[in-house]
Design a protein around this ligand. Structure first.
Ligand code: FES
Ligand code: FE2
Length: 372
């Protein structure tokens, strides 16, 4: 075992579990079938309570011999384990053991706090006592009466949620990973403004004058026009990141309207190297077919992020060279803030101080150098 010392989270870090994460869209759950999900490495069996209709999340592991409850059946509103028939209520308590009359109170499955909002089921896999007073991360909503088009999507990738969050705060990769369809080199060359408060980490980049890529310029009829482009990326919680893009024509002066796109990234760590990712794309200037065309292009761009993150994850996992592994530059500041914050949050949950050495199986020395 090799020890490493790093105050920046990565795929080897403990999960942040005291946080709300999206388990699935609300429509995935019924009261007559069980759905398997995994959040922060913990398997969940999800369904709807037959009486109340509320979403239920139980640990996907029978306390008798670890049979997955998601592969069992629901009968009269209770789970009947598919191996020996123990029955469990929605609070996780065992109500029946076929081979004996009494049911010891110790036979129970862990039930996780669940909330539903805006078409998603959120689950808390950390300390249940903390969940009640913890609000869902504040999502964005349009001003009342505003006519925004909204599209949704989801994808999975073999990467750490740490690196996905870092990617979402990182405005410098757009000119390269998405260079063909999303940003010219002027974008990466423009400095960012970084901000960290107790609540959020934010990076803001204003590129002006610039020309917009076709994905925006075509629907806005701004091809070849001088424009300003402001992008604000905000880490809200381990389960939510927001990206707002504001664009306006410069030749129309102060009267030019702001055209806006806000993407809510609902990030769910499944394992340390697998992440599920739901997103909502809200657009102030597109509906119907135009919105669908734009959303399709955005999904293509997110696919490039998936490919990039999976590629770097494969390098990180398989590279046997123990040389120093990461350097950071000025443009990475928000990502460094984020990874430090995630490391602190995870260490706090484990009762460890920020600077304490973390030991990991097969871990290598990491040199975090900030070149500014
Ligand atoms: S493993 Fe579930 S009842 Fe035996
Ligand atoms: Fe990207």
């Amino acid at each position: 075992m090799v020890e490493y010392r790093s105050d920046m989270a990565d795929e080897r870090s403990p999960f942040v579990r005291n946080a709300w994460y999206v388990a699935c869209p609300s429509g995935d759950l019924t009261d007559d079938s069980l759905t398997a999900r995994c959040i922060t490495g913990i398997g969940l069996a999800l369904y709807r309570d037959r009486e109340s209709g509320a979403a239920v999340a139980l640990r996907d592991r029978c306390p008798h011999r670890a049979f997955p409850l998601s592969k069992s059946t629901l009968r009269d509103g209770e789970i009947v384990c598919g191996y020996h028939g123990f029955r469990f209520g929605s609070d996780g308590r065992c109500t029946h053991i076929p081979s004996q009359a009494n049911v010891p109170s110790t036979v129970r499955v862990r039930a996780f706090p669940v909330r539903e909002d805006d078409g998603f089921v959120w689950v808390w896999t950390g300390d249940g006592d903390l969940a009640e007073s913890a609000p869902l991360p504040t999502a964005w909503a349009p001003e009342p009466g505003a006519d925004w088009g909204v599209a949704r999507g989801a994808m999975e990738m073999s990467a750490s949620y740490v690196h996905l969050h870092e990617n979402l705060l990182d405005l410098s990769h757009l000119s390269y990973l998405h260079g063909e369809n999303f940003a010219g080199p002027d974008y990466a060359e423009t400095p960012c403004v970084f901000e960290e408060t107790d609540e959020v980490i934010r990076s803001t980049r204003i590129v002006s004058p610039t020309t917009l890529p076709p994905i925006f310029a075509n629907p806005l009829k701004m091809m070849g026009k001088d424009a300003s482009r402001r992008v604000i990326s905000t880490f809200v919680s381990p389960g939510l990141s927001l990206t707002e893009t504001q664009m306006r024509r410069l030749d129309l002066g102060d009267d030019a309207p702001d055209h806006r796109i806000i993407v809510q990234h609902l990030v769910t760590p499944v394992t340390n190297i697998f992440v599920r990712y739901h997103f909502k794309i809200a657009v102030s200037f597109a509906h119907g077919a135009l919105l669908e065309t734009m959303a399709g292009q955005v999904r293509t761009i997110f696919g490039q992020d998936k490919d990039g993150l999976e590629a770097l994850t494969a390098v990180r996992l398989h590279d046997a060279d123990p040389a120093p592994l990461e350097v950071s530059v000025r443009a990475d500041r928000a990502g460094v803030m984020l990874r430090r914050k995630l490391a602190q949050m995870a260490a706090g949950e484990q009762g460890r101080g920020r600077d304490e050495t973390v030991a990991g199986e097969g871990a290598r020395a990491v040199l975090d150098t900030m070149h500014t």
